[in-house]
Write a protein that binds this ligand. Structure first.
Ligand SMILES: *Cc1c(COP(=O)(O)O)cnc(C)c1O
Length: 380
């Protein structure tokens, strides 16, 4: 048998290679100008990103976690306010809510999409509920229509965690334009990634953006004049310059991911009766597939961990996003949740497996991954 090469989980070099010269020039330009903190490229990127997200304003910060924490504060969230968020998300969603001083109220998910279950969210509303933080998990938006209806009916503020959903669309909305504000991350492997940490808050409201600019810059609306307890959390000019080069390519990269997902969907369809089922796409080409995630159901001949190990043996790198739900993490036992509280999220953690996905992944690599899954589950 021919030895085939490893299929990496992520390979950023495919996207970066064709724009290497532009990236080098952008970096050199910042070095020449020396405006490393809140320089020209930052203002340019903030304007361009807001426009790409179909919203008005954007304020760059040091990372996505800060974007959530500071963004919620900028929206007026106060200690004691209850905020709804999914139990199955990257821990940073919860960390952001806690750093904003709010009381997190975790909510179960819909097993087929892995997105927050809005009926469960509705059932968790109390007189103290101020906001909902929908996470557009894996690159698929939580239904904007359903979100807006729920928020209107219960006077909730919507703050989107769009860290995995740059330029995702659904029902005619772009991620980041549904709620009062939204947080994005530019962690290197996100759909739009910097060469280090970065984040941004998008909003259509001038007051929220103004408050963000103060909070990220020592609570100073103008230099050396401090009106509130802020922090130091800015998106570096250097990172903004890199993101300015990358942003015009984002749509094509997302399309490449969506196409790869369609190849996975059709190749994996044959394994449906063996318990291999992809997380469902309800937004067609609007899904930007930060991750391509399958579920290994109980009727599959092998469990998820065995499948992951057998794929590793065949050179297919995979990931698990995420193996432990937020409420079962040791650090958050004091929040008052326990095992069994969110059965769908808990079960999903045991079933999910993320397959190789990045812009430029080849059809051959996808077919290699699908064939390896077939071999592992005895379908060949
Ligand atoms: C990446 C991510 C974050 C946090 O972003 P950082 O830039 O790593 O701080 C928040 N929420 C979700 C869903 C993420 O995937």
């Amino acid at each position: 048998m021919l030895t085939t090469s490893t299929v990496p989980f992520v390979d950023l070099s495919i996207a970066h290679q064709p724009i290497q010269a532009e990236l080098d020039a952008a970096i050199a330009q910042v070095l020449r100008q020396g405006d490393f903190i809140m320089g020209k490229a930052l203002a340019e990127f903030e304007a361009a990103f807001a426009q790409a997200c179909q919203t008005q304003l954007a304020v760059g910060v040091a990372c996505g976690t800060d974007a959530i924490a500071l963004g919620l504060k900028a929206c007026g969230i106060q200690p004691g306010d209850e905020i709804l968020l999914p139990a199955n998300t990257f821990i940073a969603t919860l960390i952001g809510v806690l750093h904003a001083g709010a009381t997190p109220v975790l909510v179960d998910c819909a097993p087929d999409t892995a997105l927050i279950d809005l009926n469960a969210a509705k059932a968790a509303i109390t007189s103290k509920t101020r906001a909902i933080v929908p996470v557009h998990l894996y690159g698929q938006m939580v239904s904007p229509q359903a979100l807006l209806e729920l928020a209107q009916a219960h006077s909730l503020l919507i703050f989107e965690d769009a860290a995995q959903a740059h330029l995702a669309q659904r029902d005619g909305y772009t991620a980041g334009s549904v709620g009062t504000a939204a947080a994005f991350s530019f962690y290197p492997s996100k759909n739009l990634g910097a060469f280090g940490d970065g984040g941004i808050v998008c909003t259509a409201q001038a007051e929220v953006a103004a408050k963000m600019r103060s909070l990220r810059n020592y609570g100073a609306p103008r230099k050396y004049y401090h009106t509130e307890l802020g922090t130091n959390s800015r998106l570096d000019t250097l990172q903004a310059a890199i993101l300015n080069v990358k942003l015009p390519h984002l749509n094509a990269w997302n399309q490449s991911r969506n196409q790869a997902a369609q190849h996975y969907d059709s190749g994996l369809a044959a394994f449906g009766d063996r318990g291999i089922v992809p997380i469902q796409n309800r937004s067609g080409t609007g899904h930007v597939y930060h991750l391509y995630v399958i579920r290994v159901l109980d009727d599959c001949p092998i469990n998820r961990d065995t499948l992951q190990q057998k794929l590793e043996e065949q050179g297919i790198q995979t990931g698990i996003h995420y193996p432990i739900p937020c409420h079962l993490q040791p650090a958050y036992q004091n929040l008052g949740f326990k095992a069994g509280d969110f059965p769908q999220a808990e079960q999903l953690c045991q079933q999910i497996l993320s397959l190789p996905m990045f812009p430029g992944i080849t059809l051959q690599q996808i077919q290699q991954a699908i064939a390896a899954i077939g071999l592992a589950i005895g379908e060949n």
